[in-house]
Write a protein that binds this ligand. Structure first.
Ligand code: FES
Ligand code: FE2
Length: 324
């Protein structure tokens, strides 16, 4: 078997929750066309504030609901002939017809809004979610500042981003962060992958910070990193595939504004966290995927990571069998 005949284990898109936007990027009544998972989708927020995601193309004559669709109450009205669909995708009104075709509807995607973010569930098998995005205590804590967030489209396979979790060797060259020997660890259980490390950082904007961090992936594409150092910080790293080659990264930082901390110091920490993350981005954007990386002792558990990550690309019944 050569490279051309081998099946790509990462073909298609993973199963799990994927972030589409931060909550403050979608107002009530707003309609957004989105290309994700190589499909056309429409994301909208109803009048009462519910975020919804439907397949974009109208079953009537194929108009794209994301381009000119209007929110009326809890539903969305097609820009072409004004058929109205509710948040589940069912057609509930045709202004000029006496009878609605019984099958008139659009596929509806499971959505959750948690921690100031909107997530959609992607599953090739179209099954319901089997786990939930946990509530982030820092998001509920009024002492933590609101998310400062940004987005970036990059051309890289999703695995390249997530694999960072197991990468013990990149801290010094990429981040000028020096791990305490023996402090790097990974644990993998069900859909949760976790990295812990203690280190001394010499960040981009100066200073020196001894810190511990816990970086947790919930599923294949949403990571929460908690930093415990001079300041308490949280970094969100989420990616969502646009198509087979491109992903949309969304990231955010927040920190606890404890007493005595000046605005200047907060700004300094936040800039360091953001620019530390961008150091990873620069590598992801330009690297290639190696099916068989040439690993050495001192590298993190890349193989263990890939076995854990493969569950999201495996049909659910097979993933369960593999775990037994
Ligand atoms: S194409 Fe949507 S109502 Fe006709
Ligand atoms: Fe990194």
């Amino acid at each position: 078997m050569n490279d051309e005949t081998k099946t790509d284990p990462w073909a298609g898109f993973a199963r799990g929750w994927f972030m589409l936007r931060f909550s403050d990027e979608l107002e009530a009544g707003q309609v957004v066309p989105l290309r994700r998972f190589d499909r056309e989708l429409v994301l909208f927020r109803t009048a009462s504030g519910e975020a919804k995601v439907l397949d974009a193309y109208c079953p009537h004559m194929g108009a794209h609901l994301g381009h000119g669709g209007k929110i009326v109450g809890e539903g969305i009205v097609c820009p072409f002939h004004a058929w109205k669909f509710d948040g589940t995708g069912k057609c509930i009104e045709i202004p000029y017809a006496k009878r609605i075709p019984p099958k008139a509807g659009l596929s509806c995607w499971p959505v959750r809004e948690r921690n100031g973010m909107i997530f959609v569930w992607h599953d090739r098998e179209k099954s319901e979610p089997d786990w939930e995005i946990p509530v982030l205590e820092e998001w509920e804590d009024p002492e933590f500042l609101p998310w400062r967030h940004a987005k970036l489209q990059i051309k890289t396979p999703p695995l390249a981003i997530a694999e960072n979790l197991a990468d013990a060797g990149h801290f010094i060259p990429v981040h000028n962060t020096h791990p305490v020997p023996g402090s790097f660890s990974n644990t993998y259980a069900d859909h949760i992958g976790e990295q812990k490390i203690k280190a001394i950082a010499y960040p981009v904007h100066g200073g020196k910070d001894e810190f511990e961090s816990k970086a947790t992936y919930y599923g294949p594409a949403y990571q929460v990193t908690k930093m415990f150092g001079k300041g308490l910080g949280v970094i969100i790293n989420a990616h969502t595939p646009i198509d087979a080659e491109n992903v949309m990264l969304r990231f955010a930082v927040s920190m606890k504004a404890t007493k005595g901390m000046t605005d200047e110091l907060i700004e300094h920490f936040i800039n360091n966290m953001r620019d530390g993350y961008l150091q990873d981005v620069q590598i992801w954007e330009n690297k290639i995927y190696l099916d068989r990386p040439m690993l050495c002792d001192g590298d993190g558990p890349i193989g263990e990571f890939r076995r854990w990550y493969a569950q999201f690309y495996t049909p659910r019944n097979e993933a369960a069998d593999a775990a037994e």
